[in-house]
Every structure is written in C-alpha cells, then in structure tokens.
Design a protein around this ligand. Structure first.
Ligand code: NAD
Length: 510
C-alpha cells in the first residue's frame, strides 16, 4: 500500500492528496495549511479539490459500480473482516495521525477508532442485514418479496471532530450494501481520513469503489449538483447541514444531514453527585468539548444541587491536565485551529459581559514548551440564564454552563425549547423521574446516569429538531435502509395449459 507519507516523499510534496481510483493523486491545485494544534505549527498542506478533480472521483466510483454491485454480499463482508483486522494492527499509526492534526489526547483517539471499528463489525453482518423480506402465497400461487438494492454512487461529507469515526459511520455500510463512495472529509485534519481508506484497499477493496477528495465548498457543491451522485450523508454544523439537505434534495438526491447540538444534563437533588461530577468532567471537557454529544450545559434542580455541582466541578478542574495529546499524562488537548480557539475564547468573554458567573477561568492557561498551541483551559460558568448567547449557541469548546431551576419539569421545558435535540442525560436515583424523562423529552439520544449516550453500532445515531435533517439516522439498521432502495417483486408461475380469464377488477385477496 502507498501511504500518504510515501506519496509525499515520492512527489517531494508536503501536500495531502486525493484517493481516486486506487491512486493518491495531487493535481497541483490550491492548497490550505494543516496545523498541529498542540504546537501551533503548520505541518503540511492539503490540496483543495476543484470541480474537475471531484468529477474524476465520481467517474471512478461510477465505473467501479457494476462489478462491485455484482460482488456477493459475503465477499464484500469478507473484505470488511480483513479491514477490521488492519485497523486493529495499525491503530497506533492511525491514532498518532489523528491526534497530531485534531489535538485530542491519544487515548481518546483510540476510543474514537474503536467506535469506528464497531461500525466495520456491523458492516460484516451484510449478508444478514441485506436478506430482505419474503412472503409466500400472498395470493393463490403468488409469492412476493422485497429486496434492498444499492443506490449507485453515494457521497459522504464529514466534520473535523471525528476524522476517523464519522467516515466509518458511512462508507462501510454503504459499500457492503453494494454502493460505491466518494468521501469529502474535513480539510482541517485530512490525513487520517485519507490513510484509513487506503487500509481498506489493502484489505482487498477494488480501486474506485471508495474515493477520497479533500476540499471545501467547491468540492461539496460538485457532489451536491452532480446527477451521478444518488445520495449524500453529511455530518457537521447545523447551518451547513441545512444547506446540504436543501440543495441535495432539490437536486433529487436522498440526503441525511446531521447537525449541531447543545446537550443538557439534568442533575436531580437525589443524584449521586460525586459520580455525576466525574461523568460530567469527561462529557464536558473530553476532546476539549469538541464532540457533538458533549455536555456543555448542566441543569441543576434546586440551589443545593447547583452549589454542590459547581463546588465539586471547580475542585476537579483544578486537577485537569491540559497539554499535547501525543505526550503522556494529559486529560485534554488544544482546540483544533487558531480561529476556533479565538471563537471559543470570545464566547467566554461574552459570557462575562452577559453577567454569568465565571467560576473557573481557563483563558490564561500556559502549556510549557508549547507557547503557540491553541490551548484553552476548562471554563465553568454558574448562574447562566436561558436568554444568554452562551446558553443558546453551540460553543464547541471546553466551556460548561450551569443553569439553576427549581423542578424537573422546568429543566425539561428548557431542553424542549432549545433548537437542538441531539443528546441529553439525567442523573438521578429516582426510577419514576427517569422514566418520565425518557418518555417525554424531545431529544433523539437519551441517557440515564450515562452522560454520552452514543448508540452502539448495531443501533442507529440521530438527533431530533435541528440536529438532524432527513428521515433516517446514521449507521446501524437505518444506514442499511438509507444506502439501499427497496424493490418488491411479486411472482406467479401459471400452470401450463390452464387458461385464466380476463379480470378487469383491481387484484385483491378477496
Ligand atoms: P462544518 O459544518 O464546518 O464542516 C463539516 C463539513 O462541511 C466539512 O467537510 C466542511 O469542509 C464542509 N463545509 C464547511 N463549510 C461549508 C460550506 N459553506 N459549504 C459546503 N460545505 C462546507 O463542521 P465542523 O466544524 O467540521 O464540525 C463541527 C460541527 O459538526 C459541530 O457543529 C458538531 O456538533 C457537528 N457534529 C455533529 C455530529 C452529529 O452526529 N450530529 C457529529 C459530529 C459533529
């Protein structure tokens, strides 16, 4: 296999290229810098694909489709088995590339990869999940069945925060269903997203079945407008998700577009506060808050609960170790880019102006040896009001807001009134309260004493409200429906020599 690194050495280029028809190609177009956020240094460039380059990738996927569609599901699944093995063998290499460009600590990258591998394991069930439905004798001597056929060329557009896992939500399922694929990963951390598909080719995937193009709006717009692309899966922020959904569906494509989030955790007065605080630390500050299932809001029911939660979080934050994710012993790394750092820091300034109490201020953190890194320490706001921008907006950084209410119903009304509905959680010992919460809350993924209720790979992942545009969630059973088209066949073999009369009435089983 040719790695991106080898390609760079051969071409003398520090540029991350595209994977088209089994080759890593650099077409000499404009590039954009890729940073190591831990040091603040530019470590390579990524080529931004123009329309012609994306069209080459679509053409490669279209050419590969007939033979791949004709490959049996069991053979497609066997390639996924080998892929899973390679992902495990090369885990160290993948996670180093991931941490180097994203910034999350190495152990967190390993967690991301493991969750991605679980989606490959699900793809290995393809012969089972594609089995279809059969009914014998739907009429006299008539049998009927539904089968699930691939769509053709499908595209995936993915965010920076899970450059390995989110693409693995998409292409393993799409490919085992018989489709071919064009992936457009985030241009902020492109190298691991290019490296992993090369392992799939090493596992036996034919050239052209999976292609990767890097780029921005021009690349995405090409995928959205090209009539050869049948379906688009998107994961990213809500404004772009809405645009992808509107444009893709207007062009006749099937689209699922997962957007942003502002996930609330309710802490009830009867909760095990110490365990709730441990869970909240990881959920709020893990991966520097750059997770769509992160918890950036705690809703404390009752003032005593609020006081205890703020006091214990403050104590834990004093012990949280921030630094380069490739070095041992850190809990949290830097934010992904300088722009994002400025944006998140700006929200902390704004929260102070809006009148929230900044219980812990992480703005002046210094990480020895890395003065240029994009580090922000953990920040904690108390007494946040629902009218404040720091409550309403998705900040996507290590900033946790505590809102205080009097009752569970008030906490639930807050969550239901928010524009996003991705994830939520309740910390309680009261089964009745938990059941009322899970039954009634208007959110797609709900935890009870589980702060990050990210569904396992054999369920599906999707939020409600403005966190998901489209009808089907990502991965798991919904992915097998999203990446296939149902066809229903009704069949009868009349007995030889028996002449049937003409019937002008609608066929029925009467
Ligand atoms: P983003 O929306 O900026 O980018 C996502 C993708 O869209 C990237 O590939 C990017 O190149 C492309 N893109 C950006 N601007 C575009 C434009 N104007 N036109 C066309 N394409 C464009 O998101 P991000 O900053 O990379 O990721 C963070 C966001 O993703 C957060 O909002 C987070 O909540 C969300 N997210 C959601 C989920 C989920 O499952 N709901 C999962 C992960 C991340």
């Amino acid at each position: 296999m040719q790695t991106a690194e080898q390609t760079r050495q051969q071409t003398g280029s520090e540029t991350v290229g595209h994977l088209i028809n089994g080759e890593v190609v650099i077409s000499g177009g404009p590039t954009q810098p890729v940073y190591n956020p831990a040091t603040g240094q530019v470590i390579r460039q990524v080529e931004m694909a123009d329309q012609a380059t994306v069209e080459q990738a679509i053409a490669a996927a279209e050419a590969a489709f007939p033979a791949w569609r004709a490959t049996t599901p069991a053979k497609r699944a066997r390639i996924m088995f080998r892929f899973k093995q390679l992902l495990e063998e090369r885990a160290d290499e993948i996670c180093r590339l991931l941490t180097e460009e994203h910034g999350k600590v190495f152990a967190d990258s390993m967690g991301e990869l493991q969750r991605g591998i679980e989606n490959v394991e699900f793809a290995c069930y393809a012969p089972e999940t594609l089995k279809g439905e059969h009914s014998r004798d739907v009429g006299p001597g008539v049998d009927s069945w539904s089968e699930f056929q691939p769509l053709g060329v499908v595209a995936g557009i993915t965010p920076f925060n899970f450059p390995v896992m989110v693409p693995l939500w998409m292409y393993p399922a799409a490919l085992v269903a018989g489709n071919t694929f064009v992936l457009k990963p985030s241009e902020k951390d492109p190298t691991s997203a290019l490296f992993v598909p090369q392992l799939l080719e090493e596992a036996g995937l034919p050239p052209g079945v999976l292609n990767v193009v890097h780029g921005g709006k021009e690349a995405v717009d090409t995928l959205l407008h090209d009539s050869r692309v049948q379906a688009v899966s998107f994961v990213g922020s809500t404004p772009i998700a809405e645009y992808i959904y509107a444009t893709g569906t207007a062009n006749g494509k099937r689209v699922q577009a997962l957007g942003g989030a502002k996930n609330h955790a309710i802490v009830m007065p009867d909760a095990d506060i110490d365990n709730a605080v441990s869970a909240l630390m990881g959920a709020a500050y893990g991966s520097c808050g750059e997770r769509c299932m992160a918890i950036p809001v705690v809703v404390a029911v009752g003032d005593e609960t609020g006081d205890a939660v703020v006091e214990k979080l403050t104590a834990e934050l004093a012990n949280m170790k921030v630094g380069n994710g490739l070095e041992e012993g850190h809990d949290m790394g830097p934010l992904v880019t300088r722009d994002h750092y400025e944006k998140v820091r700006g929200y902390v300034d704004l929260g102070v102006e809006e009148g929230a109490e900044l219980a812990v201020d992480g703005r002046d953190i210094e990480v020895p040896g890395h003065p240029e890194g994009f580090y922000l320490g953990g920040c904690l706001f108390d007494k946040v009001q629902p009218g404040m921008k720091i409550y309403q907006d998705e900040i996507f950084g290590p900033v946790l807001c505590v809102v205080r209410v009097e009752t569970l119903q008030q906490a639930m009304d807050l969550i239901d009134a928010h524009e996003y509905g991705n994830g939520t959680c309740i910390f309680t010992r009261d089964g009745e309260a938990a059941r009322y919460f899970t039954d009634n809350i208007k959110v797609g993924m709900v935890g009870v004493n589980v702060p990050l209720p990210v569904p396992v790979a054999y369920h599906s992942f999707g939020g409600w409200k403005r966190s998901l545009f489209g009808d089907l969630s990502a991965y798991g059973p919904d992915a097998m429906r999203f990446y296939t088209r149902r066809k229903t066949i009704t069949q009868r073999w009349p007995s030889a020599g028996v002449r049937e009369g003409i019937k002008y009435t609608f066929p029925s089983n009467h």
